[in-house]
Design a protein around this ligand. Structure first.
Ligand code: 13P
Length: 253
């Protein structure tokens, strides 16, 4: 049985002070929680503060991005080792905002996935179609390309241990979440492909989160789907109480 994983992607929000207050409050709310993996992804500047506040709580810390390079003359970049050193154990890779606004390709995402695994970070690999692609009937083809190229060269064991986030681009920050039928189709399809390409154990182990306008009032319908193993939450994760309500919703699984 896969343990659901619920992650807060804060994007470019929160100072170190705000991060500290949030993680302390969330830590006391989720004290003793089990049966759901809880992850908070602050901006780089607040990683260390958040990780220290999360110590001895069930909260894990993720970075929102990282360089594919180990080290070197890459001004402005942050490596897997640095993220790990700051206390993160997960890293979000290939978020649609990185792909769209910063030109990240599947090939680059794949290099980052390999670099993250080499540093013993758990990658959260984001995939998802744009509205244009959905309207053109190309959703599953886009997911195939992103999953195949993003995970190229990984072993079955590595795939079993990572997290995929299905985030339809048209549902991000729009208040328009995918219907349970749409999420079910995409998640089921990704799981089928993982089985074909990496085998039964990889497909069974890999968690597939849904992301895109997840709120306390729609998490229940999403988490009830057999191939939805949690949520990657943007806007509704910025307030501790609404993120906590989503975590509780995911426990109903
Ligand atoms: P929203 O929850 O704000 O739609 O953002 C989703 C997202 O991009 C999480 O990574």
């Amino acid at each position: 049985m896969r343990i659901p994983v619920v992650a807060a992607n804060w994007k470019m929000f929160k100072t170190t002070h705000e991060a500290l207050a949030y993680v302390r409050e969330l830590g006391s709310l989720v004290k003793g929680f089990s049966g759901v993996e809880i992850v908070v992804a602050p901006p780089f500047t607040a990683l260390l503060t958040a990780a220290e506040a999360a110590r001895n709580t069930p909260i894990g810390i993720a970075a929102q991005n990282m360089s594919a390079e180990k080290e070197g003359a890459f001004t402005g970049e942050v490596s897997a080792t640095m993220i790990k050193d700051a206390g993160a154990t997960y890293v979000i890779l290939g978020h649609s905002e990185r792909r769209k606004l910063f030109g990240e390709t599947d090939e680059l995402v794949n290099r980052k996935v390999h670099a993250a695994l080499a540093a013993e970070l758990v990658p959260i690999v984001c995939v998802g179609e744009t509205l244009e692609e959905r309207d053109a009937g190309r959703t599953l083809e886009v997911l195939d390309r992103q999953v195949r190229d993003g995970l190229a060269g990984l072993s079955a064991e590595q795939v079993a241990g990572l997290i995929i986030a299905y985030e339809p681009v048209w549902a991000i920050g729009t208040g328009r979440n995918a219907t349970p039928e749409q999420a079910d189709e995409a998640h089921r399809h990704i799981r089928t492909r993982l089985r074909e390409w990496f085998g039964e154990a990889a497909a069974d182990g890999c968690r597939i989160q849904y992301g895109g306008s997840v709120k306390p009032d729609n998490i229940g319908a999403l988490i009830a789907l057999p191939d939805v193993d949690g949520a990657l939450v943007g806007g509704a994760s910025l307030q501790v109480n609404s993120f906590f309500d989503i975590i509780r919703g995911a426990l109903a699984r």
